[in-house]
Design a protein around this ligand. Structure first.
Ligand code: 1CP
Length: 353
C-alpha cells in the first residue's frame, strides 16, 4: 500500500493506517437538524428534486462540510435513487420515506426488471460526485453509498417502510424462488452502481443493509449475507483499492457474520461496547460508529466523555469515529459542532489509560 500521508484521514483509517486521531463524520450529517437544510427544503419541497438536481444536491452535501469540516463528505441521495433505472418507479414522501406504487411480488415483474445503466439513468450522480471531489480536494474524503440487496428488496416488495416485513417474509419463508431472483438482480445492479460511484469520484462507499437486522441470524445467512458478498466481491474484482463499509441497523447479534461479508469496515451500533466489538470482530476488521445518536442531547462534558471512551476502546488504527446510526432530526446543531471539535482535538487530549 505504501506511504500515503497526503491521503485524507478517513481513507487512511479505512485502509488500516495508525493515526494520531480517528477521522470523524456523521451519518445523515446533511439533513433536517440543520437550519440551512430546512430552508432549502422550503424552496425545493420534493426530495427527488433536492437529491437529483445536481446544484441542489451539491449544496446540501456541502452544508455540513461548510459548517463542521467533517473528515467525510457523503453524497446527498437515497438508497432507493437507482430503482427507477431498473424499472421500479418510486417517490420519497415527506416524513415517511420511499413509496413504490407497484410493488414487485411476481415472477413476471422480476423478469421485466432492466439491468442498471447508470450513465443513462443516474447522470446527476456523476455531476454531484465530481463537484464534491473538486470542492473538498485532499482535505476530506468523499463517500458514496448504496442500499444492500435485502434492504432494497424490502422496499421493492413491501412498497414502503414496514414494521413487520410480513410481505417479504411471506415470500422468503413460503416460496423463496422469486425473491432470490430479485435479490440476484439487485446485487448486480448495486455492484454496477458502486463501480459507477467510484469511477465518478467516490473514495469510500458505504452499503446500508438497514433492515437485515430484522432477520434472525440463520435467515441473515440465507437472504442478506450471500448478496452482500456478491456485491462486495464484484466491486473488489474491478476496484480492489476502494474501502467498502457495511451498516446493518440493530446488528449486535450479527457482528461476526457481518465480518464475513467482505466489507473492509463494519459499522457498530450503541448496543455493543466498542471493546467487545473489537474482540468479536478480530484483528483485521476496521470499525466505525458506536456512539448513541442520543448522546448529542447530552451536556458537552457527557459528549466529550463518550467520544473519548469510544476512541480509547477502539484504539489508534482502523477506527472511523461516527454515531451508530443517523443523527436525529431534533439534535441541536451546536452539539454537532461540539462533537466535531472534540473529535478533531483528540490527538492533543490525554486518551490513554
Ligand atoms: O428531506 C428529508 O429530510 C427526508 C428524510 C430523508 C433524508 C435526509 C430521506 C427519506 N432520505 C434522506 C437522505 C439519505 N438517505 C441519506 C443522506 C446522506 C447523509 O447525509 O448521510 C442517506 C445515507 C440515506 C440512506 C437511507 N434511506 C437509508 C439507510 C440509512 C438508515 O437510516 O438506515 C434508508 C433506510 C433510507 C430510506 C429512507 N429515506 C427517507 C426516509 C425517511 C427513509 C426511512 C424510511 C423507513 O423507515 O422506511
Amino acid at each position: 500500500m505504501g506511504i500515503s500521508s497526503n491521503a485524507p484521514y478517513l481513507l487512511r483509517a479505512a485502509r488500516g493506517e495508525v493515526l494520531d486521531r480517528p477521522p470523524v463524520w456523521m451519518m445523515r450529517q446533511a439533513g433536517r437538524y440543520m437550519k440551512a437544510y430546512r430552508d432549502l427544503r422550503e424552496k425545493y419541497p420534493s426530495f427527488r428534486d433536492r437529491s437529483e438536481i445536481p446544484e441542489v444536491a451539491i449544496e446540501v452535501s456541502l452544508q455540513p462540510w461548510k459548517a463542521f469540516q467533517p473528515d467525510g463528505v457523503i453524497l446527498f441521495s437515497d438508497i432507493v435513487t437507482p430503482l427507477p433505472g431498473l424499472g421500479i418507479d418510486m417517490d420519497i414522501a415527506e416524513g415517511k420515506g420511499p413509496i413504490i406504487d407497484s410493488p414487485i411480488r411476481t415472477q413476471e415483474q422480476v423478469d421485466q426488471l432492466r439491468p442498471l445503466d447508470p450513465e443513462a439513468s443516474l447522470p446527476f450522480i456523476k455531476t454531484i460526485l465530481q463537484a464534491l471531489r473538486q470542492e473538498v480536494g485532499d482535505k476530506s474524503t468523499v463517500l458514496g453509498f448504496v442500499g444492500a440487496p435485502w434492504t432494497l428488496a424490502a422496499y421493492a416488495v413491501e412498497g414502503k417502510g414496514s414494521k413487520t416485513y410480513s410481505i417479504i417474509k411471506n415470500m422468503a419463508f413460503s416460496d423463496p424462488k422469486v425473491l432470490h431472483q430479485l435479490l440476484e438482480k439487485l446485487s448486480s445492479a448495486i455492484a454496477t452502481y458502486v463501480r459507477y460511484q467510484i469511477d465518478c469520484g467516490a473514495q469510500v462507499v458505504q452499503m446500508f443493509d438497514s433492515w437485515a437486522g430484522q432477520l434472525s441470524p440463520q435467515d441473515y445467512e440465507t437472504f442478506a449475507l450471500p448478496y452482500q458478498q456478491k456485491v462486495f466481491q464484484q466491486v473488489k474484482e474491478t476496484h480492489p483499492d476502494t474501502p467498502l463499509i457495511l451498516l446493518v441497523s440493530g446488528s449486535a447479534g450479527l457482528l461476526e457474520r457481518m465480518a464475513l461479508s467482505g466489507a473492509d469496515v463494519i459499522t457498530v451500533d450503541w448496543t455493543v461496547d466498542m471493546a467487545d466489538a473489537r474482540s468479536r470482530l478480530g484483528k483485521h476488521v476496521k470499525v466505525q460508529g458506536n456512539l448513541d445518536p442520543g448522546v448529542l442531547f447530552g451536556s458537552h462534558e457527557f459528549i466529550r466523555d463518550r467520544v473519548l471512551d469510544t476512541v480509547r476502546k477502539a484504539g489508534n488504527w482502523g477506527h472511523i469515529l461516527n454515531l451508530g446510526h443517523g443523527v436525529l432530526p431534533e439534535t441541536p446543531e451546536e452539539n454537532v459542532a461540539f462533537f466535531f471539535e472534540t473529535a478533531k482535538q483528540i490527538n492533543s487530549l490525554a486518551i490513554k489509560g
